[in-house]
Design a protein around this ligand. Structure first.
Ligand code: ADP
Ligand code: MG
Length: 321
């Protein structure tokens, strides 16, 4: 949605469709464009099932694309050859949503953290490797002695610290943070966000930070992209987005903070189911028209293009013609 001078990641008209068993097509990512500059954090926000994980993974070449283009340092990530792939996986890492399922509970911490060090040959011998693991553990707020313990001995927050140490082990420059705090207790979430921010400052890291609500990304993001049913509906610098949300969906998301009560949670679950059906059946028109309080006939018939409503603030909505 935006052109920068030297973006690290440049996503243009990216599409990722899935074929279901009954031959219908799920448009999980549909014509999505954005850039991320070096050292920046872009927040990517939207309800469960809207395509955030698919978008993140397609952007770093973990999923093949359906259409469009993703450039990392000017190179097409879907055209990386076998030999260059290894160098690319050292530059780009992932921190996963659920530190319970993404880390094998029966493994020792040192073996998890050392995986990348081993596969990329980053330490000359065992002692050097152990030294690197010890340093990494300290950098993520764990202790050296934790290295020989098993993952199942740790709490959710500590496990996510282990997941962060694993990602940092290869000294990457870009990290896809896929809902890294969503599975954690609210009391732990801020600690992990602060840690990620501190590591970013120390190492000049660039983040694509995915979350399902706007409250979680405000603190860490320079800019925020809002996704709804496979499409980006708004993209803006963080404070501008929270003070002047332009898209009716962003406005609804902001009004919904916090979304902690059980009734709202049940409604949210229902919306996810409805969302999947819409992802399959969708034709022309705005993806949000069915839920939008301000939708007109035109919104149901014509897909809105992206408009700029303020400096660095973009919205895909017919209201801004
Ligand atoms: N591997 C897959 N095969 C088929 N459909 C998928 C696959 N991964 C995701 N989807 C579908 O794509 C949509 C977006 O999913 P996802 O990217 O996981 O959303 P989010 O991360 O925002 O919750 C959902 O409808 C989901 O069911
Ligand atoms: Mg996801």
């Amino acid at each position: 949605m935006e052109t920068e001078n030297h973006p690290l990641l440049e996503v243009s008209h990216l599409k990722k469709y899935f074929q279901t068993k009954n031959k219908s097509v799920i448009k999980a990512v549909d014509d999505v464009s954005f850039t991320i500059s070096q050292g920046e954090t872009l927040g990517l926000v939207g309800e469960s099932g809207c395509g955030k994980t698919t978008c993140g993974r397609t952007c770093i070449g973990l999923y093949p694309k359906t259409d469009g283009q993703v450039l990392y340092r000017g190179k097409d990530v879907h055209a990386i050859g076998e030999r260059q792939r290894k160098a690319f996986t050292k530059q780009v890492q992932v921190i996963f949503q659920d530190p319970y399922s993404s880390l094998d509970p029966k493994m020792r911490v040192q073996d998890i953290v050392a995986e990348g060090i081993l596969s990329h040959n980053l330490a000359p011998d065992r002692a050097a490797r152990q030294e690197m693991v010890a340093t990494l553990l300290e950098q993520v707020g764990l202790r050296q002695e934790h290295a020989t313990r098993y993952v199942h001995e740790f709490s959710g927050g500590q496990r996510q610290r282990i997941g962060i140490a694993r990602a940092l082990a290869v000294d990457p420059e870009f990290i896809l943070c896929d809902e890294p705090i969503s599975a954690l207790d609210v009391s732990i979430q801020a600690q992990i966000v602060n840690l990620l921010q501190q590591l970013q400052e120390q190492r000049g890291l660039t983040y694509l930070f995915i979350a399902h609500d706007l409250a979680m990304v405000r603190h860490i993001s320079n800019r925020v992209a809002v996704m709804y049913l496979g499409r980006l509906v708004e993209l803006s610098e963080t404070e501008e987005l929270y003070s002047h949300p332009a898209h009716p969906y962003t406005q609804a998301l902001l009004a919904a903070i916090p979304i902690a009560d059980p009734l709202a949670e049940r409604q949210r679950q229902r919306q996810i189911l409805a969302g999947e059906a819409i992802l399959q059946a969708r034709g022309e028109g705005c993806v949000f028209a069915g839920r939008c309080p301000r939708a007109t006939q035109r919104c149901r018939q014509e897909t809105p293009s992206v408009r700029q409503v303020a400096p660095h603030h973009f919205v895909a909505c017919h209201l801004y013609d």
